[in-house]
Design a protein around this ligand. Structure first.
Ligand SMILES: [Zn+2]
Length: 169
């Protein structure tokens, strides 16, 4: 919000690094949930994955800070990290829905479809309408609903997990 109203070198960097952190964090936790890497027998794999993701993010920020402030590279890195998560969550949705037959199990796949649609505004840029509404503002508008929707999915998923644990106990 600060960057979009006050475009300075510092606010731009903060915006890009924070957006990158959010995308990379998604890349980090998606395989943890999908492949259940939090299980104690997969601890080593989780450790490797944690350090890999940390190194990727540090390398990403270092490249942009010390090498080149490169918009094309930044967009490409985020799109690639985003597509990996999108594929994993879509696959997760299909397999979970087939198993559970609960509509909310399919939410991640539907949210992915929504995000891809909203993201098309990021990739297919156009000049601002009435000098005011540009593609990027519509992208931001498009992220409001999936944030709320996604939170509700995480909640249901965690509740389902807890119910499963109770059955086992
Ligand atoms: Zn923005």
């Amino acid at each position: 919000m600060i960057f979009h109203s006050r475009d300075f070198n510092l606010t731009e960097k903060l915006d890009y690094y924070a957006a990158g952190a959010s995308v990379f964090y998604g890349l980090y936790y998606t395989p943890i949930r999908v492949f259940r890497l939090e299980q104690s027998r997969k601890e080593q794999l989780l450790n490797i994955w944690t350090w890999t993701c940390l190194a990727l993010y540090v390398a990403h920020v270092s490249y942009l800070t010390f090498w080149r402030w490169d918009y094309t590279y930044n967009m490409a890195a985020n799109v690639v990290a985003g597509i990996v998560q999108n594929i994993l969550w879509s696959w997760f949705s299909v397999t979970r829905y087939r198993k559970m037959h609960k509509i909310w199990a399919a939410w991640p796949g539907l949210i992915v479809a929504w995000i891809v649609f909203a993201m098309s505004f990021e990739l297919l840029d156009f000049p601002p309408v009435w000098g005011m509404i540009d593609a990027h503002s519509l992208w931001h508008l498009g992220t409001v609903l999936p944030t709320y929707w996604w939170y509700n999915f995480l909640l249901k998923d965690a509740q389902e997990d807890m119910a499963g644990e109770r059955l086992k106990a």
